[in-house]
Design a protein around this ligand. Structure first.
Ligand code: GDP
Ligand code: IMO
Ligand code: MG
Length: 421
């Protein structure tokens, strides 16, 4: 059977920590979409590590980690990350597998990402500049190069053909930066990639399913950054939702069982785009400071705000979420008062639905107020020991969403997680 862990907000919900926590119960941990725009943080023996390309199960012995066909792969990032992980005693040549259908991010994709963002001016998406959108455009435009192609003797000529196509686009953008150093690194990294285990991902993962093994699909980004259902055009370029597991790994939908949806106890977003519950005041500042809300990939300060149940409810619907996980609950420990957004007022009318054009709508969040718990919860181990104000806060969320918060993360440490009885 296949279970899924994904984010219900705009990314950085704590997926890395949660996947690492659940990994011992699974045989295969697989990334199904996204690329090095992701930054998944975990603590291994109290050492912080941020994974961009490698699935977050890599630190568990005898667990298979698969980079699926739905991912876009930056070989340079992967090489660096493998070296980092290997320095911590993990053998990537043993536990890491890559689908031959995974599309490659070329240096010119990164240049195109940068050129495109520059050309947009104040309307920029706020991309991580990792080449994600140009790489996915080449996939759907049927131009892209895949991991399996690097083993082909004609790879270089295929590369040059695409590189020339990209150069014309870059010239159109009047982008004059020299990317030859990036290209050098890229070809070096391809030699490294050839030493890893490149497999037919769909047969690989289905063989495990056939044998009764357990698969955990790890989402990247968040549901509100999904290319179809997110706050378009301020989204990423892949399907970040449960449906992406099917196309991103080659798994049939009826094989999917549990979908664990992660939400922070509040909300953050990095990059441009609508964020109805954003706080541009001292509360927002306090959340950023206490939650250390700075991007794991780009270091940019994250925008912070109250939890938005309209967006989470929408995300639960499109993902088929069966269990909720709340992270960073401890970040609210010192707050006097908390707000939970349960409806939007759009152009003066109250609704519990996410509108088509969030960017153009005049959205005002409708809040219910809660008393803060004013207690340090970081050492609590049992649900029953949580402060009563917190139980009230969680109870309201469970009731509004009709799904239970079954796990609460109360600190970044791998043991700071409380399971509902
Ligand atoms: P991801 O992209 O969803 O994996 O999330 P990130 O790693 O980008 O961001 C989550 C950040 O919050 C990381 O710095 C984690 O170490 C940290 N974190 C995760 N869970 C908790 C928690 O329960 N409490 C606190 N204070 N930090 C947490
Ligand atoms: P994880 O997996 C938060 C955001 C970018 C930008 C938009 C498009 O760590 O949760 P892209 O580089 O994909 O073209 O950028 O999406 N974004 C993320 N925000 N967490 C992420 O990943 C993100 N990946 C992309 O900031 O607004
Ligand atoms: Mg992240």
């Amino acid at each position: 059977m296949v279970d899924v862990i994904l984010g219900l907000q705009w990314g950085d919900e704590g997926k890395g920590k949660i996947v690492d926590y659940f990994a011992p119960s699974y045989d295969v941990i697989a990334r199904f979409q996204g690329g090095p725009n992701a930054g998944h943080t975990l603590y291994v023996d109290n050492k912080k590590i941020v994974l961009h390309q490698i699935p977050s199960g890599i630190f568990h012995e005898n667990k298979i980690n698969l980079i699926g066909n739905g991912v876009v792969l930056d070989a340079v990032t992967l090489k660096k990350e493998c070296e980092e992980v290997e320095a911590m005693g993990i053998n990537c040549k043993k536990n890491l597998y890559i689908s031959e259908r995974t599309h490659l991010i070329l240096p010119s994709h990164r240049a195109l990402d940068k050129a495109s963002e520059l050309s947009k001016g104040i309307d920029k998406i706020g991309s991580t500049l990792k080449g994600i959108s140009p790489a996915y455009m080449d996939k759907t435009g049927r131009n892209g190069l895949r991991v399996g192609d690097i083993l082909d003797k004609n790879f270089i000529s295929q590369y040059i053909k695409l590189r020339l196509k990209h150069q014309k686009l870059l010239d159109n953008f009047s982008f004059g930066e020299d990317i030859s150093a990036w290209e050098e690194e890229f070809f070096e990294a391809l030699e490294f990639l050839k030493q890893l285990q490149i497999v037919n991902g769909e047969y690989f993962v289905n063989d495990y399913i056939q044998k009764g093994k357990k698969i955990l699909a790890e989402g990247a980004q968040g549901s509100m950054l999904d290319v179809d259902f997110g706050t378009f055009p301020y989204v990423t370029s892949s399907n970040t939702i449960t449906a992406g597991v099917g196309s991103g790994l080659g798994i049939a939908p009826q094989k999917i069982k549990d979908v664990f949806g992660i939400t922070k106890a509040y909300c953050t977003r990095v990059g441009s785009g609508p964020f109805p519950t954003e706080l541009n005041d001292e509360n927002g500042e306090q959340l950023r400071k206490t939650g250390n809300e700075y991007g794991s990939t780009t270091g940019r300060p994250r925008r912070c705000g109250w939890i938005d149940l309209v967006a989470i409810n929408f995300a639960c619907m499109i993902n088929g979420v069966t269990q909720l996980i709340m992270t960073k609950a401890d970040v609210l420990d010192a707050m006097d008062e908390l707000n939970v957004c349960y409806n939007y007022r759009v152009n003066g009318k109250e609704t519990n639905q996410v509108p088509f054009q969030m960017i153009k709508s005049d959205i005002e969040p409708v809040y219910k107020k809660f008393k803060g718990w004013k207690t340090d919860i970081t050492s609590i181990k049992k649900f029953d020991s949580l402060p009563s104000e917190m139980s009230t806060y969680i109870g309201y969320i469970n009731e509004t969403l009709g799904i239970s918060v079954n796990y609460i993360s109360n600190g970044p440490g791998s043991d700071q997680i409380i399971m509902a009885p």
